[in-house]
Ligand binder design. Structure first.
Ligand SMILES: Cc1ncc(C[n+]2csc(CCOP(=O)(O)OP(=O)(O)O)c2C)c(N)n1
Ligand SMILES: [Mg+2]
Length: 354
């Protein structure tokens, strides 16, 4: 049988061929120059990334204690992407992503207490305890979710960009999705409309190498995702998503491109998630050594920490103080989310369409 024969082939033979020849033809924007962010922005990046890391670690613990139910996808390892992108946003810009969304919300300035209380399904969570990890919104902060259907946020984010253009402002839509989502049909329908109507949308592909337990190489005919807009004439750039400086430089360039009316832009962020796909995934499809190598050699927070020390932009003591402050915010959020009451049963009838 074809399937049995296929399984019998060595791993390399089963993998789809890569498209190195095609890669050369694809429109590739010149990578933006990576410069130091300066003392203040580097310190800010350190604090913001650490907040996401500690928040996620706490969420993982609370999940283990049974305080959080349902799905819970942690963002640990990918922090530099949202923190670098957020640096170039202006009030009124919009952000939309999938279910791995806690980092995006914290980077957007949403309150850690409200996010954690939503994770525990409590009354003062962002969706009044009715949405959980994957379904939170804050129009005030320009955050439009949190979406559980893979790729569904891409047409929605394109629609947000349409609204910006229609209103005649210079706002941009940051539309995040994963390497797995990048193979969805609706992504390409969105690309077509975005280019046709020259919409101000930055498509940020968070390429963390895996879609659930399937590596990009096993599932994707082409693995350089930055040129997935080639058929629609959308420029793309591949970025070291573990280096917040590279993310910020690329974000500056893409945002300028969009704000000046040049249409969409694609940023492929090369990143990595340290934990499994969700809390129920032991991640047996990859080796411990693979994870350890990224952690020790490319950790986004450690890179900033070392620069801060080397450049004497912060002392060990100052960093300890930042760490303590971050832990305090996270502990308060966890206390709040544990003691906040569950929503009143009457909430079942609010926020629903009759
Ligand atoms: C339409 C659809 N198909 C399948 C799923 C199940 N599913 C949830 S997450 C996921 C993998 C997506 O991976 P990727 O886009 O790389 O994002 P990551 O989890 O790595 O952030 C799949 C297949 C889903 N939620 N929606
Ligand atoms: Mg992925």
């Amino acid at each position: 049988m074809a399937v049995a024969k296929d399984k019998a082939q060595p791993e390399a033979a089963r993998r789809p061929p890569t498209d190195k020849a095609d890669d050369k033809k694809a429109p590739r924007a010149e990578p933006a120059a990576v410069a130091d962010l300066g003392k203040d922005l580097e310190r800010q990046a350190y604090r913001d990334m650490l907040l996401i890391r500690r928040f996620e670690e706490k969420a993982g613990q609370m999940y283990g204690m049974g305080l959080i139910g349902g799905f819970c996808h942690l963002y640990i390892g990918q922090e530099a992407v949202v923190v670098g992108m957020q640096m170039v946003l202006k009030e009124g810009d919009s952000i939309i992503t999938g279910y791995r969304d806690h980092g995006h919300m914290l980077a957007a300035g949403m309150d850690a207490k409200g996010v954690m209380a939503e994770l525990t399904g409590r009354a003062h969570g962002y969706s009044r305890g009715k949405g959980g990890s994957m379904h939170m919104f804050s129009v005030e902060r320009g955050f439009y979710g949190g979406h559980g259907i893979v790729g569904a946020q891409v047409p929605l984010g394109t629609g947000l960009a349409f609204a910006h253009k229609y209103r005649g402002n210079d706002h941009v839509s940051l539309t995040y999705f994963g390497d797995g989502a990048a193979n969805q049909g609706q992504v390409y329908e969105s690309f077509n409309m975005a280019k046709l109507w020259m919409l101000p949308v930055i498509y940020i592909i968070e390429n963390n190498q895996y879609a659930m337990g399937t590596s990009l190489k096993r599932a994707s005919a082409t693995t350089d995702l930055f040129h997935r807009g080639a058929a629609h004439g959308i420029p793309g750039e591949q970025v070291d998503g573990m280096d917040v400086r590279a993310v910020k430089a690329a974000a500056d360039k893409a945002a300028k491109w969009c704000r000046e009316g040049n249409g969409p832009f694609i940023l492929e962020m090369l990143t990595y998630r340290y934990r499994g796909h969700s809390m129920s995934d032991p991640a047996k499809y990859r080796t411990r050594e693979e994870v350890e190598k990224v952690r020790t050699e490319h950790d986004p927070i450690e890179q900033v920490r070392q620069r801060l020390i080397q450049k004497k932009w912060a002392t060990e003591d100052e960093l300890k103080k930042i760490d303590a402050k971050v832990r305090e915010i996270v502990n308060e959020a966890s206390e709040f989310a544990t003691n906040d009451p569950e929503p009143d049963p009457s909430e079942l009838y609010t926020d629903v369409y009759a």
